[in-house]
Write a protein that binds this ligand. Sequence first.
Ligand SMILES: [Zn+2]
Length: 229
Amino acid sequence: MLITCHNCETIFQIDKSKIAPKGQQVKCSVCAHVWTIFPDNEEETNTPKLNLNRNEDLYTEATTQKLQGPKQRQDILEKNKNKKSNFLVFLIWLFIICMVLVLAIFALINYRATVTAYYPKLSTFFELAGININYSSESLAIQNLQTDWKDDILRVRGDIFNNGSMRVHTLPVKITVIDPSGLLLSTHEIWPDSTTIDASEHVPFFAQITIDADEKAEIQVDFLSYKSK
Ligand SMILES: [Zn+2]
C-alpha cells in the first residue's frame, strides 16, 4: 500500500502485512516526521504522477520505502540547496549592512564636530543622545585685526580664518582689554556673523567696547572654547 507523509507529502510504499492491526508508527526518511498508520486506510495505488518502481528488491526498509522518482527527489534537494544559499547570501548582506552602520555611527561620533559643521541639523541628534560636541579652534586663526579708539569707545574688528581643509564651526571670540599696568579694564565676548567657516575662508567679527583708559591699552583676542550643552 502507499502512504503519504503528512508533513512533506513524500509517498512511500509499505508492506501491508507489516502493519499491526491496531496501528503502526512510521517515520518519514525525508523529513523525520512520525505518525501512525492503520492497515485499512490504504491509498490509491495508481497515482499517475508517480514514477513507481515495482521492483520490490529496491526497497529494503518496510516503513520508509521512498517511491518518488529521481527527478522529484532532485527537485527537493535542489530547492533545499537554493534555500540554504539564499540564506547565506542574506546573512552576508546582513553582515555588510551591520558593518556599514557601525562604521557610520563610529565616524558620526568621532567626527561629530566636522559632521555637524556640514549638517547642522545633526546637532539635534547628538543633543538627544546626550553626546557633547567639542568645537576646536585648532584650524582657526584671527587675522586682519584692526582697532580704533575714540573717546571711550574702542572698536575691534577682524577676521576668523579657517586654515584647515574641512568646514568647521566658528567659535566665540573673547576680547580682553588691559591697561599698561596690567589692570583688567574690560572683557567682551562676541560671536562672529556665521556659525561655520569653509576651508580657507574668512568670517568677520566686530565689537564695540566702552573702556575707561587714559592713553594706552592693550587688547588680547582669543577664541573661547565652546562645548555644546
Ligand atoms: Zn516527510
